[in-house]
Design a protein. Structure first.
Length: 101
């Protein structure tokens, strides 16, 4: 329904035509990695916001805590997929293969 450019990644590597998605649904696991990123952002923004604003400024704490998540959601999406590909992929780097590009 909604489609923006942030979720578009190359399906195959340009030089050697390597398919990034090892199996169907491989990048569904990136949702869990992205969740870890979001929790880390919420904690890293929420604790200092609570220490700065105190208990009285609840809307300031909420805005300060949620704004990094909103600003970084495109990076979270892409880096979660990239991290999942690096960690769980059986693909290994071959230095000689990149010389043909």
């Amino acid at each position: 329904m909604f489609h923006w450019k942030y979720d578009q990644m190359n399906k195959k590597f340009a030089c050697c035509n390597l398919n990034y998605e090892i199996e169907p649904g491989f990048f569904i696991g990136a949702m869990y990695v992205s969740y870890v990123f979001i929790v880390a952002e919420l904690v890293n923004a929420g604790i200092p916001a609570f220490m700065i604003f105190g208990e009285e400024e609840q809307w300031a704490i909420i805005a300060t805590t949620i704004s990094p998540v909103i600003l970084l959601f495109t990076f979270n999406y892409r880096y979660a997929r990239t991290l999942l590909l690096h960690v769980l992929s059986p693909i290994k780097y071959d230095e000689s293969a990149g010389r043909n590009c």
